[in-house]
Design a protein around this ligand. Structure first.
Ligand SMILES: Cc1cc2nc3c(=O)[nH]c(=O)nc-3n(C[C@H](O)[C@H](O)[C@H](O)COP(=O)(O)OP(=O)(O)OC[C@H]3O[C@@H](n4cnc5c(N)ncnc54)[C@H](O)[C@@H]3O)c2cc1C
Length: 549
């Protein structure tokens, strides 16, 4: 157990009388689908401040390609959507939540359309795509493969126009402020104004995932797990953090970023080929290329190992001429940038870290165990995904829980008065005299070790080694006071990497996206959640039974 990671409550020093204070009803941290929707709902009941660490348009949401799952076609039903979601969740889902979320999908889509979202349709009917693990065509998409951009465009325009919402861009939330057992706001670092303290009746965490902890990832630079680490430091429960989903098909070109080749491409009929040009998925699963992501990722990893290759191939050469470029214009442009002509060439792919299935534990109303703190979207664990996320269910989760969080915040704003004076909270830690490590170097090494040892396949030895390495780095990095976002991100990433490796080490079975080579089978006795909490000297690991809300 790491003493330094557990003992750190705040990453920065602050004294209230030296800083600027701002008071509002609701603070939303993050401007992806969950945060933007939460802000719009919360503004129904009071003033809202959205704090986001890059430009407001930068988020995983903006990169989402495939679409939003919603059983809206006449040949489909919410019950079937729920069945597929539960099957992929491998016994860890909260069945009530799953049923509620899929039942709300159609309403979420209607609402986005009323607000101006243009989803692809033909002859006035929505066009439903197919993705792995879904038993029906139910993926609603925009401009072929630019669904996330369309969602952000519509929500952000609305947020910017709203008279009760303010957005602070390039404003890094460092920590949640707690007083008398309640979350009261955040201490943030504004690129222009430096440290500031923001106080609110309700704080909504919508900071997204952790992909950047891994060298191979589809996630944008903002996905560094800050919200999870902040919540952990403040005393929140992190649930099932070992459950990290790896996307099977990301473009593999040495030196290029790991751009996603959407699951919808396989949904349209693409094949996965080994280096000899043979399809191999049928040897692993009867659903072949349309098996759920964890199955496809492990099959690709196994083939890569068998052939000692760094990638496999995705083949769309049999698509009708022009179809790929019309259906997937963004991906076609990306491939063209690397001189890959999908009608002639094979596409090199390999799995990369894509989505955090675990997260800050929330209930059906987006409440965490900390009074005053709500969470929604990828940062949260609502129980909808269980041990694996069904494709295109995460934008949906963000829409449903963003709305629930915002609504509750609006009610609280109307019911409870606003904080008018800063509570007496301060933090003064002396600078550590110990050697300083090079942050960039540690970050690169951390991302490599996470990809190597805590990736698609895990084992006790590799996990133990990873925990030891992280604890070593933490001794020299968690004891320091830094004054810029990259260093705080590194401290957050060390914290969450330790959490993921510790949870993966605790779960001695394979289930969903978590695969242990030393425990390759699912163990019914492990139909439990792994819960992490901070205690004085480290990370406390507990387990709890699966319940239905
Ligand atoms: C390439 C790609 C394709 C995907 N395709 C799909 C798809 O087709 N369908 C689907 O359902 N899902 C898809 N996903 C997953 C989905 O996009 C995300 O799970 C979802 O958008 C997360 O939304 P969010 O609002 O929770 O977080 P995000 O959209 O990640 O937003 C997080 C926000 O928090 C901000 N933030 C983070 N830390 C701080 C901090 N310390 N201070 C202030 N602000 C902070 C960030 O800047 C950002 O604005 C895809 C993901 C990726 C990466």
């Amino acid at each position: 157990m790491s003493i330094t990671i557990g003992s750190r409550r705040y990453l920065t020093n602050f004294e209230p009388h030296r800083l600027v204070h701002l008071f509002t009803d609701t603070i939303v941290i993050g401007s992806g689908v969950a945060g933007l929707l939460a802000a719009l709902e919360a503004a129904e009941g009071g003033e809202v401040l959205v704090v986001t660490k890059a430009a407001a348009s930068e988020s995983a949401t903006a990169h989402a390609q495939g679409g939003i799952a919603a059983a809206m076609s006449s040949a489909d039903s919410a019950a079937e959507h729920a069945r597929d979601t539960l099957a992929v969740g491998c016994g860890l889902s909260d069945e009530t939540i799953v049923r509620q979320v899929v039942a709300e999908a159609s309403q979420c889509i209607q609402r986005l359309r009323e607000w101006g979202a243009c989803f692809d349709s033909s002859g006035g009917e929505l066009d439903f795509g197919r993705e792995g693990g879904h038993s029906a065509n139910r993926i609603i998409h925009a401009q072929g493969d630019a669904t996330g951009q369309e969602v952000v465009r519509v929500l952000l325009e609305r947020v910017r126009r709203h008279p009760r919402i303010r957005i602070f861009e390039h404003c890094f939330s460092i920590d949640l402020l707690t007083h008398e057992g309640q979350v009261r706001g955040t201490i943030a670092f504004h690129a222009k104004y430096g440290h500031q303290m923001y106080w609110a009746t309700t704080t909504i965490l919508a900071t997204g995932g952790v992909g950047r902890l891994f060298r191979e990832t589809t996630n944008p630079p903002v996905a560094t797990g800050d919200g999870l680490a902040m919540a952990f430091r403040a005393g929140a429960v992190l649930r099932d953090m070992e459950m990290v989903q790896f996307h099977p098909t990301t473009l593999y070109l040495a030196g290029a970023s790991r751009a996603l080749i959407s699951e919808a491409v396989r949904g349209e009929g693409a094949y996965l080929l080994d280096r000899a040009g043979q399809r191999f998925m049928l040897r692993y699963d009867e659903r072949a290329e349309l098996a759920p992501r964890d199955v496809v990722s492990r099959a690709i990893a196994a083939e890569m190992k068998r052939e000692e290759a760094a990638w496999m191939h995705l083949d769309v050469r049999h698509f009708p001429p022009g179809h790929f470029a019309t259906r997937f214009p963004t991906i076609a442009r990306l491939l063209a940038d690397f001189d890959i002509n999908s009608e002639r060439d094979l596409i090199p792919v390999r799995p990369s870290a894509h989505y955090l299935v675990g997260g800050v534990l929330i209930d059906a109303n987006a409440q965490t165990n900390l009074p005053g703190l709500l969470a929604c979207g990828e940062v949260a664990n609502s129980g909808v995904h269980g041990a694996n996320r069904l494709a295109s269910n995460s934008l949906l989760e963000g829409l449903v829980f963003g709305r629930r969080a915002g609504r509750l915040a609006a009610q609280r704003a109307q019911r409870n008065g606003r904080i008018e004076h800063p509570p007496a909270v301060s933090h003064l830690l002396p600078q550590s005299p110990r050697t300083q490590l090079d942050i960039a170097d540690v970050l690169n090494s951390l991302r490599s070790v996470m990809s190597r040892n805590v990736g698609v396949e895990r084992s006790a030895d590799r996990l133990r080694e990873t925990i030891e390495i992280i604890e070593f780095w933490a001794r020299y990095i968690m004891d320091k006071l830094f004054d810029e976002p990259t260093a705080w991100e590194t401290q957050n990433m060390l914290t969450i990497a330790l959490g993921i490796a510790s949870a993966a080490s605790a779960r001695t079975e394979s289930r969903g996206v978590h695969f242990r080579t030393d425990f390759p089978n699912t163990d019914p006795a492990w139909r439990r959640h792994v819960d992490l909490t901070r205690y004085e000297d480290g990370i406390q690991i507990g387990t709890s039974p699966v319940v239905s809300s």
